[in-house]
Write a protein that binds this ligand. Sequence first.
Ligand SMILES: Cc1cc2nc3c(=O)[nH]c(=O)nc-3n(C[C@H](O)[C@H](O)[C@H](O)COP(=O)(O)OP(=O)(O)OC[C@H]3O[C@@H](n4cnc5c(N)ncnc54)[C@H](O)[C@@H]3O)c2cc1C
Length: 328
Amino acid sequence: MTEIWVLAECSAGGVEPVSFELLGEARRLARKLDARVAVLVLGDHVENEIGILAHYGAETVYVIQDSRLRHYDPELICTSIGELCTLHKPSLVLFPATSTGSDAAVRLSVSYDWPLVPRCVQFRVHGRDIEMVRTFAHHKIHGVMTAAGGEPRLATVEPDILGLQQADHGCRAEVVFVPVITPKQRQIDVCGFIPGNPRELDLREAEIIIAVGRGMGSQENLRLVEDLADVIGASIGCTRAVVDLDWLTHSAQIGQTGTTVRPRLYLACGISGATQHTIGMKDADTILAINTDRGAPIFNIVDLGLVADVNQILPLLTKHCRQECEGT
Ligand SMILES: Cc1cc2nc3c(=O)[nH]c(=O)nc-3n(C[C@H](O)[C@H](O)[C@H](O)COP(=O)(O)OP(=O)(O)OC[C@H]3O[C@@H](n4cnc5c(N)ncnc54)[C@H](O)[C@@H]3O)c2cc1C
């Protein structure tokens, strides 16, 4: 029977939501193609992630668990996935278009000569064919592609586009443990990992975001936010008003015409809470806001709100966090 596979993206916090988006799409395609859905999950301790993948549509979970997969090792991952694909011959494999998902898809495509369509945002079924719609030029143009070069076809999928489908907590999956496969000849050795500067992270990957709005008063006052961000390891985002004022660039803009983020902690500083902004951050795990106006709409969606002047509160917060970090 035809199979559609998804590569799950896992981090220290568990399975990343993009994996559930891809599973939802795989399930939708599988219904039309009378196919089965399987998910690949790789890591050093991934046994806790198996159940939730079934709830989002995986009928089979292939688990490749090995201490060497604690961090992304491109050759181990590609050889292991490549051999499994060669054995089971899935028709389509969906990868999240994240840094690791894209890297793995490109390596597999080159190593095994499998067709790859990157940055897909939509899939359409015509008979037994799948059309893949991908983006070009920062979403300005969409291209419709089919992959004729044999199976499996590989596709990377943009996060936050397809949306999450409802989980079914009653679903169970067949679980297949598969050994990691070491490449015959190593070309790359992974020597270690250096944590990145949160300020340079793609906001979609940030765990903590301090977002600034027009209420910061001036570009010079952003220094107060940078000080706090350095102490707590936060990334900095902003509203469109801040981009329009040229205080920050569009890559920092969160919202309808910016980036959609889902950090563990979101601190909104001097942000009114217009829906065009909140649509891009409302799913953060915890939302804090500082605003002088107690009637500001942002307070309708916060876990904790502070009616105060950001420029007075931020230096106090930075001092307190610095003391906490230094244990004094
Ligand atoms: C088609 C369209 C798309 C859009 N897309 C986006 C988008 O992607 N992202 C986005 O953010 N916006 C977007 N907008 C704009 C959006 O509607 C709002 O105008 C914008 O989000 C407001 O930004 P702001 O909260 O920084 O500014 P304001 O609305 O001006 O709010 C400033 C806030 O700061 C508070 N404040 C003032 N001084 C202080 C102080 N000293 N301390 C604490 N608080 C203070 C005020 O009480 C106020 O609530 C879009 C608009 C349109 C029409």
